[in-house]
Design a protein around this ligand. Structure first.
Ligand SMILES: [Cu+2]
Length: 256
């Protein structure tokens, strides 16, 4: 479908096929229904119900019950197959080597946190949230696990590796939406969400907010950069160096 943004995710093809199937089925059902209505206008009315009840029952089955059952079966199949695809993206057990990133929606921006070399997200405290001072997520400096956490305004991921996103909101309901990855999930304050996917095609993909979350909603945008594995390692190391430098710069002021 050429009106969709180019797909860059491994699961995206299945989504596009399902969407195409759904639209095709609905379109053809609409055409058939209209054709039957038009035909019914011009077909001569049956004079009377004089035929035998057995014959009438059989024709009712073939003309009404069977088409109805077929349509019900079609819709059940559409429901089951789309729910299956939906559920696959929300499986909690991602691959063991999955890249872990925490996504936080804040009026009106997205933040992406990488757990750093220790592989564990440090503690965050709402009382410590201070974006102007460079701590938009409220990382707790007294927790050693938070010292290596990387907070980035853009999402950078290596192509071909599974990713597990942990989604949270700091204020209101936001909608995490990457059209190019065929991903969309609301983030709700007080709830932790999960999404798993594998970016496949390197490139830059817009990240949007799909819930009207306030006056600045329209500018709540970020981007996903899908890069090669080597480029990803390089980027991560560069960010890690910045985190270390900042920690050293802040160290004298925090210790009296
Ligand atoms: Cu938003």
């Amino acid at each position: 479908m050429n009106w969709l943004p180019p797909n860059g995710a491994l699961h995206g093809l299945a989504f596009d096929h399902l969407l195409r199937w759904n639209l095709d089925i609905v379109f053809w059902l609409f055409v058939v229904a209209q054709a039957i209505l038009v035909l019914a206008l011009f077909l001569p009315r049956r004079a009377s119900q004089t035929s035998s009840s057995a014959h009438g029952g059989r024709s009712y089955f073939f003309m009404h019950t069977l088409p109805l059952l077929a349509i019900v079966a079609l819709y059940v199949w559409m429901l089951v197959s789309s729910h299956h695809l939906w559920a696959l993206r929300r499986e909690l057990s991602a691959a063991p080597n999955a890249v872990q990133v925490e996504v936080t929606g804040v009026q009106f921006t997205w933040y992406f946190r990488y757990p750093g070399p220790d592989g564990v997200y440090g503690r965050i405290l709402p009382t410590l949230v201070n974006a102007p001072n460079g701590n938009p997520l409220g990382l707790d400096p007294s927790d050693p696990r938070s010292h290596d956490d990387i907070v980035s305004p853009i999402l950078v991921l290596p192509a071909g590796r599974p990713v597990e996103l942990t989604l949270r909101s700091q204020d209101v309901i936001h909608g995490f939406f990457i059209p190019g990855m065929r991903l969309k999930q609301d983030v709700i304050p007080g709830m932790i969400g999960h999404l798993t996917f594998t970016p496949a095609v390197p490139g830059i993909y817009p990240i949007l907010c799909s819930q009207v979350c306030g006056l600045g909603h329209a500018r709540m945008q970020s981007r996903l950069r899908v890069v090669s594995s080597a480029e990803y390692t390089q980027w991560l190391a560069a960010r890690e160096r910045i985190v270390e430098a900042n920690a050293q710069a802040n160290a004298p002021s925090t210790t009296p």
